[in-house]
Design a protein around this ligand. Structure first.
Ligand SMILES: [Zn+2]
Ligand SMILES: [Zn+2]
Length: 307
């Protein structure tokens, strides 16, 4: 009985009931289990909601940074800054470059302005602190457009955009909609933006930063792109890479001299989507000096390539 008393006390102390130990166990268990289940369910709901809130809060910057190019950005000491786009394109592309320039200039943190080109369109060599934009018949390379960024640490030091007339001269891609999308997207990459979506087959998001099989409604940046730019360029830097010499960034001269016309020179493939129709390559020169290559492949060429 001594043991029974201890149980009783234990039962009373814990639950405020006057049932004995074993009796309490047998009679209380269903009730307590129900209470416990209800409480667990309640806590689970509250807990999951709180967790969602926490995850949302915690990962919001990361999720949004997912639309930036890993946070790479032009260094500048004030906003808005003006990025020069070197015009190395033929008359057939001038109106698209002009549209792209004015489209991105809607951003509150930056403006782009078209200046005389300094590159031979065929190799489209970069110029420090600017983006050289080129078109040419680059051949059956497989790619419609390529954007390349030279980075020093987290800062973009120069960029190039190439659009491939070998494909834009074909019936499939020789449309204002395709020209507009690719020009807009590649220049968008040189600002530090990533794609918003890399599925070619889903509904268009209404931004040129969205892969699609039908570019008709993905012609210009959308508000999310501008929001993303505002985030990327929220902080100010103590130095500037806009319009400055690469040597002032400690950039190896070889980074500019290399031929970057094909995947063989783009370095390691760091990301591939949709069967390789959109790819990101990284060429690492050490010391935080990297060249990134964003490429959008032509559909037919990709099929040929994968065979
Ligand atoms: Zn910075
Ligand atoms: Zn792209």
């Amino acid at each position: 009985m001594r043991h029974a008393k201890i149980y009783w006390r234990a039962g009373k102390r814990v639950n405020g009931f006057t049932f004995g130990g074993n009796e309490r166990m047998s009679k209380q268990t269903p009730f307590l289990m129900l209470l416990s289940a209800l409480r667990s369910a309640l806590f689970a709901r509250v807990g999951v909601a709180a967790l969602n809130l926490f995850l949302f809060a915690a990962f919001l910057p990361l999720a949004q940074a997912g639309h930036s190019w890993n946070g790479y950005h032009w260094a500048r000491t004030a906003n808005p800054f003006t990025l020069k786009l070197g015009d190395n394109v033929s008359p057939a592309w001038d109106s698209y470059l002009a549209t792209t320039s004015s489209d991105w200039s809607i951003s509150a943190v930056l403006d782009t302005t078209i200046v005389a080109g300094q590159a031979n369109p065929k190799n489209c060599r970069p110029t420090a602190g600017k983006v050289q934009v080129c078109n040419s018949t680059y051949g059956n390379t497989g790619w419609l457009g390529v954007a390349q960024i030279w980075a020093s640490g987290s800062h973009i030091t120069q960029g190039t955009v190439k659009v491939n007339d070998t494909y834009f001269n074909t019936a499939t891609y020789n449309t204002p909609a395709w020209r507009n999308l690719v020009m807009c997207q590649e220049v968008g990459h040189t600002l530090g933006l990533d794609h918003q979506d890399t599925n070619f087959n889903n509904a268009n998001l209404g931004t040129c930063m969205d892969y699609t099989n039908d570019p008709a409604t993905n012609q210009h940046p959308n508000q999310h792109d501008f929001d993303e730019l505002a985030l990327i360029y929220q902080h100010l830097d103590s130095t500037t890479t806009v319009g400055s010499a690469p040597t002032s960034q400690g950039q190896p001269p070889a980074m500019t001299d290399i031929d970057l016309s094909g995947p063989g020179q783009w370095g390691k493939l760091t990301r591939s989507s949709n069967g390789g129709r959109g790819e990101l390559y990284e060429l690492d020169f050490g010391g935080g000096h990297k060249v990134f290559t964003f490429v959008i492949w032509a559909d037919g060429a990709d099929r040929a390539r994968s065979q």
